[in-house]
Design a protein around this ligand. Structure first.
Ligand code: PGI
Length: 448
């Protein structure tokens, strides 16, 4: 069997986020987040599931770290719950909340697992939402203060920081489509939110530099490879617009200091100007140390005059394979994305901060034979291998997710984990994919 050998220092990890796994939503002084409010609002989440208990990671973190050790992770990416640190988003620090993350980091380091912290993975303190949330430019300064508390407390121990997880989702699912917290449907407000998130990213990076911390800082964007369904001008124009909407809207400000021209003009014609202050774009596009990429699938686009979104229509080829999220399985898209990022945006190190798949996992006699997830991961690892061979500086890969968890509007109905969670008993069971991943990590290679 041929083995594809990864670079010696390649980082194999797995990722989670606070609201999706911690539970203890109102324990030890934690304040409410917008996701506590959203999930407690009937009809918003599948089966009216909530993150009140989730995987009870807040109490079971030691057991979960043992499982990370068993898999052999080099690194673990997790997010910090802002309202656990600052219950009102600003002001009084909740020491018990801070202690939880200090202990988590210490236990990870003791286990030889590198902690990578995401400062914001969607769980805004509800107290700030009541003042307008990310649509209010004041939230930016509270985010910087929150980051500073964590830099002061953990900066000496944590060497990799991510300012935001997927500002596109926060903006356009939270404030335009209304599918995510805070459930607002106002595309103009969503554009202001996107801008404020980017400014907050820039100011946190600036604060990180001022504190002269030893680690690296970057941002994680959900990105997809966009393809035109045909060579017709209309299809190609629609694909180009989708590229600007999904990828360019955040990649261009961060790496080029401006919004994508075509779509920015469409939005300005439709909504007027958003509030962009002098110096914002320079702040947003200041140097970062790495880019985090969350890749799941591609977008295949054709022009449809009846489409509700600027003539853009997504095509789902019948002959393709799909995950339980109905996302097309398209590993080549990861290779194409990585090479495009390196050629058109940045020579900085790239991390796959999320890639993974939900399938209808069944636990039978204490085992989960998730061969489809093994196949999915192997094919995507091969795409990363090809990109590295072509000189793209991909430094690491975090499987989404370490364990089954609260899948936002889908609640607990979608399982992405390497570890199966029985939510009635909270029993964890390593799936076949976890044992497969354990061997990949041990050998730092994949057999093809
Ligand atoms: O849906 C699986 C994961 C989430 O559980 C993570 O919290 C989130 O970072 C994340 N992002 C994506 C890709 C973008 C996306 C997010 C939500 C809904 C649809 C697409 C997939 N995922």
């Amino acid at each position: 069997m041929t083995k594809l050998q990864f670079p010696l220092d390649f980082v194999w990890g797995s990722a989670t986020s606070s609201y999706q796994i911690e539970g203890a939503y109102d324990e030890d002084g934690k304040g409410e987040s917008i996701w506590d409010i959203f999930s407690h609002t009937l009809g918003k989440i599948n089966n009216n599931d909530t993150g009140d208990v989730a995987c009870d990671h807040y109490h079971r973190y030691k057991e979960d770290i043992e499982l990370m050790k068993e898999i052999g992770l080099d690194s673990y990416r997790f997010s910090i719950s802002w309202p656990r640190i600052l219950p009102n988003g600003k002001g009084e620090i909740n020491q018990k909340g801070l202690n939880f993350y200090k202990e988590l980091v210490d236990q990870l380091l003791e286990a030889g697992i590198e902690p990578v912290i995401t400062l914001y993975h969607w769980d805004l303190p509800q107290a700030l939402q009541e003042e307008g949330g990310w649509a209010n430019r004041d939230t930016i300064k509270y985010f910087v203060k929150y980051a500073e508390v964590l830099f002061d407390e953990l900066g000496a121990k944590v060497s990799q920081w991510i300012t935001h997880n997927e500002p596109w989702v926060v903006s356009f699912l939270g404030y335009a489509e209304g599918e995510h917290a805070p459930g607002i449907k106002d595309r103009k407000q969503a554009l202001q939110v996107a801008h404020n998130l980017l400014v907050s990213h820039g100011l946190v990076v600036k604060k990180f530099r001022e504190l002269d911390l030893t680690g690296d800082i970057g941002i994680t964007l959900n990105l997809t490879s966009v393809y035109s369904y045909s060579e017709t001008d209309k299809d190609q124009e629609a694909a180009q617009l989708m590229e600007e909407y999904i990828n360019g809207w955040f990649l261009d400000p961060v790496f080029k200091g401006s919004y994508p021209k075509k779509l920015a003009q469409i939005y300005e014609n439709q909504f007027g100007k958003i509030d962009i202050q002098a110096g914002d774009m320079d702040l947003i596009s200041q140097e970062i140390d790495f880019l985090g990429i969350n890749y799941y699938s591609r977008a295949l686009i054709n022009y449809n005059p009846n489409s509700k979104f600027y003539g853009i229509e997504s095509i789902k080829p019948a002959e393709s394979d799909y995950t339980a999220m109905n996302w097309e399985i398209y590993p080549d898209g990861l290779y194409d994305l990585l090479t495009k990022l390196n050629q058109e945006y940045t020579n900085k190190p790239l991390y796959i901060t999320e890639n993974g798949a939900a399938f209808d996992d069944q636990i039978i006699a204490g085992q989960v034979n998730d061969q489809r997830r093994i196949n999915y991961l192997k094919e995507h690892f091969k795409s990363v291998y090809r990109a590295i061979q072509d000189g793209v500086p991909v430094r690491g890969y975090y499987v989404w997710s370490l364990m089954d968890n609260f899948e936002w509007a889908y609640g607990y109905s979608k399982r992405f984990g390497l570890i199966y969670v029985d939510y009635n008993t909270q029993k964890r069971t390593l799936k076949d994919s976890a044992y497969w991943y354990q061997q990949v990590i041990e050998e730092n290679s994949i057999g093809i």
